[in-house]
Design a protein around this ligand. Structure first.
Ligand code: UT7
Length: 325
């Protein structure tokens, strides 16, 4: 028998407040035309004062638990991918653990910037397969707008806030590749040499406060295109699959041009790509589970569909997950 972890439910949450490109253009020297043409973004959701990452994560969690039909007493692992915890500590994950009324198990955060969800999913997958836990809640949640310099037009137009969650369960199957649902593979990578291209200029151990995002956009763009092309091929090869075996690309949503490039690499038509960047902007670790939840709930993604998820973020970090829904 083989151990596999299955995704049995999903949920997501976006803060109510929406800021359109036109509204941003009144505050900083930019335009709807520039933002839409260079990124695909039209608007973003922004958490209001007093609304924290754990609040968004909690709402997404409730929806995912309801969708999966699981109770807090069944969950024995919570992993939250986030770079913007409410407090330096405790983690967002333990706050969620307390709020849903979990009395056992472990909870911790994983920090991998925009790749946070893929990293969290990968760690949870390994723990479920190893038998360390049986039912996991995996959340991607960020309030990256808290790290923006709203006068820097090269970064402030790009990000939004949100959260998405999945419930995962360990299962035994005869043969992993023939399993009718579950995670077929995850691959995660990092390269710390490239930190200078994307970072925050502060943090808890520095004297600058929490800091703000600094990015060499065009350089990050080039690395994203290259790394994502490599990581999707890596996922296909590891599973002996071809481009057209994939039903849906569920990518990290940083820039439509980056997503188009990955889709071209996979020869995937636009209709097979779940795109939310126009409405959400880049929600960092939340973007993949937000996109997944949207496409599951509107009926595009169906049971048995093969999904390829990929992300790239600060660090650099990047990775993929291949999932039979
Ligand atoms: O989540 C993972 C991490 N992040 C990413 O993956 C982001 C990767 N990078 C990108 O998505 C793109 O590089 C950006 C969207 C950030 C920038 O797009 P670009 O096509 O690479 O533009 P650019 O930085 O080369 O800038 C082109 C011009 C510049 O003006 P000049 O020098 O040509 O006169 C910029 O100053 O556009 C200017 N510009 C803007 N103009 C209007 C930069 N930002 C803006 C803006 N509005 N918001």
């Amino acid at each position: 028998m083989n151990h596999i972890s299955q995704l049995i439910g999903c949920g997501s949450y976006l803060p109510e407040q929406v800021i359109t490109n036109e509204e941003l253009a009144k505050k900083v020297n930019t335009s709807d035309e520039w933002i839409a043409a260079r990124t695909g973004i039209k608007q973003r959701h922004v958490a209001k004062e007093g609304e924290y990452t754990s609040d968004l994560a909690y709402e997404a969690t409730l929806r995912a638990m309801e969708h999966a039909g699981v109770d807090a007493s069944e969950i024995d692992l919570v992993i939250v991918g986030t770079t913007t915890p409410d407090r330096t500590f405790p983690s967002v994950a333990v706050r969620i653990q307390a709020r849903i009324g979990m009395t056992a198990g472990v909870a911790f955060d994983v920090q991998a910037a925009c790749s946070g969800f893929i990293y969290a999913l990968s760690v949870a997958n390994d723990m479920l397969r190893a038998g360390t836990a049986k039912t996991a809640l995996v959340v991607g949640a960020d309030t990256l707008t808290r790290l923006l310099n709203w006068e820097d037009r090269t970064t402030c137009v790009l990000f939004g806030d949100g959260a998405g969650a999945v419930v995962m369960r360990a299962a035994e199957v005869e043969n992993k590749s023939s399993a009718n649902r579950g995670i077929l593979s995850t691959h995660i990578h990092s390269d710390g040499k490239l930190e200078d291209l994307l970072y925050t200029d502060g943090g808890p151990s520095s004297t600058q406060g929490i800091g703000q995002i600094v990015m060499e956009g065009p350089e990050v763009f080039k690395h994203a295109v290259r790394n994502l092309a490599e990581v999707v091929i890596e996922a296909l090869e590891a599973n002996d699959l071809k481009d057209d075996d994939i039903d849906w690309l569920v990518p990290h949503q940083a820039n439509k041009r980056i997503i188009d490039s990955t889709a071209r690499k996979l020869k995937m038509p636009q209709e097979k790509v779940v795109l939310t960047v126009q409405n959400h902007a880049n929600t960092s670790a939340a973007s993949i589970p937000l996109a997944l939840d949207q496409a599951v709930r509107d009926g595009r993604i169906k049971k048995g569909d093969l999904l390829l998820m990929e992300a790239m973020g600060g660090g650099f970090t990047w990775g993929s997950a291949l999932v039979r829904w």
